[in-house]
Design a protein around this ligand. Structure first.
Ligand code: ABT
Ligand code: MG
Length: 139
């Protein structure tokens, strides 16, 4: 299978709770290569656009507040079957349902603050990656 790429964020809760190192370790131990990496922070407009698909949902306001309240780690990752395999590695959106051995099982506290993001399609991976990283920041 061809190597491809996905985009991830360690969300504000993961950064606040000191889990950058632990989460990056799980990612590299699972065979993902880090293509791009930085600490950054989403603006309100960034978070609203990122989660526009949820704009009519009751949790949207809290979600935007959460995602903008502190720094995040943004990264591009490369591996065979990257998008699907990374969604498997992070586990279910609600950590209560996340399988043993997943990042959310280990580091996430709730569905609203679930430690890590993984792109849900190749198309979104490309859009999210290009939003955060210029070509010369992708190795
Ligand atoms: P993201 O990686 O943040 O996109 O999460 P995931 O794809 O696993 O899940 P989706 B459905 O995209 O959730 C987006 C964010 O909305 C939060 N959420 C979701 C709630 O707070 N309550 C809900 O009932 C649902 C369905 C979880 C995700 N963000 N966080 N943290
Ligand atoms: Mg999602």
């Amino acid at each position: 299978m061809a190597t491809n790429r996905t985009f991830t964020m360690i969300k504000p809760d993961g950064v606040e709770n000191g889990h950058i190192g632990g989460i990056l370790s799980m990612i590299t131990e699972a065979g993902f290569r880090i293509v791009s990496l930085k600490l950054t922070q989403l603006t309100t407009a960034d978070a609203q656009a990122f989660y526009a698909v949820h704009s009519a949902r009751p949790f949207y306001g809290e979600l935007v507040e959460f995602m903008t309240r502190g720094p995040i780690v943004a990264a591009i990752l490369e591996k065979e079957n990257a998008v699907e395999d990374f969604r498997t590695l992070i586990g279910s959106t609600n950590p209560a349902d996340a399988a043993e051995g997943t990042i959310r099982k280990k580091y996430a506290k709730s569905v609203g603050e679930n430690a890590v993001h993984g792109s849900d399609s190749d198309e979104n991976a490309a859009i999210e990656s290009a939003f955060h990283f210029a070509g010369r920041e992708q190795f």
